[in-house]
Design a protein around this ligand. Sequence first.
Ligand SMILES: [Zn+2]
Ligand SMILES: [Zn+2]
Length: 360
Amino acid sequence: MKAAVLNAYKEPLVVEEVNISQPKEGEVKVRVKATGLCHSDVNVFEGKTPVPTPVVAGHEISGVVEEVGSGVTRVKKGDKVISAFIHPCGKCRNCVSGKENLCETFSQVRLKGVMQDGTSRLSKDGKEIRTFLGGGFAEYAIVGENGLTKVPDDMDLEKVAVLGCAGLTGYGAVSLSRIEPGDTVAVIGVGGVGLSTIQLLKASGAGRIIAVGTKKWKLNRALELGATDVVNSKEVDPVKALKEVTGGGPEVIIEAGGNEETIHMALDSVRIGGKVVLVGLPPANAMIPIKVASVVRGGIELVGNYGGRPRVDMPKLLELVRLGKYDPSALVTGRYKLEEINEAVELLEKGEAIRSLIVP
Ligand SMILES: [Zn+2]
Ligand SMILES: [Zn+2]
């Protein structure tokens, strides 16, 4: 099959023929319909998330089940499915206690780019090729069955691909922040996760929703999707603006930027007694100093959140799509063939895209 392979960090991807083996126990082979391109993929391409090469990335996968491994019961051949970027084992302590987004087994293999048995299903000329969270930039992908959710037959698979990361991460962030009706919330970052979060905050009854970003066209999209106010951090001092707009700071800040500047922005502007939910992922080894004393004195609740629970949250997200309360297609700014993937990467790196769909 064809796959977009990263042979070395910082090099363009090469679309080439690779071998894909059969799915093993608990695994499912999916014929890819569309895969969204996320910043986390680009972090791999640049070596900031150092998954060993050669590697096939792509983790917002939608497609049709082609073949199932032994013991698979959740899906069958021909099912339309969406794959979350998290593939829970279903058996570890976190999985059985309702926190499968933090699956301990999956966290051991995630950055090694292998399946849960420690091996890969892709190869070329006898050499193993790794995959990053699914390997959706290819004609087929093999994923653990617990990462998959059946998509209703009448739903367009291309439309829902971005639920796999952007949607699920937004859902997890809103869920963890336990919004009460009328709460004032700021969302820092208006990419795929930020724009999903804004829609889900609106669906959850948040009051003022303030979007913070640097690109006017993305902030305008945030307003269309439910933000009540926007702050352009290139044009004004965002901390001052957030405090002024809210009279002391937002009660909750969901930080989706994932860099030092935006994390400080969140901690400096949250209301005393408020909550900061970190969902943006900095490079794997980034060290970011914070003023601990103000977190203590302010009674700031500072929590990280990683994605959402595929088997619990994804069906709810699909229901919100069906009801028109969450529109994933509002995140999609382009559609590229597999052979055109490097163009899509360049556009994302320049900040000119939200989500590009890669279609094999
Ligand atoms: Zn687990
Ligand atoms: Zn992602």
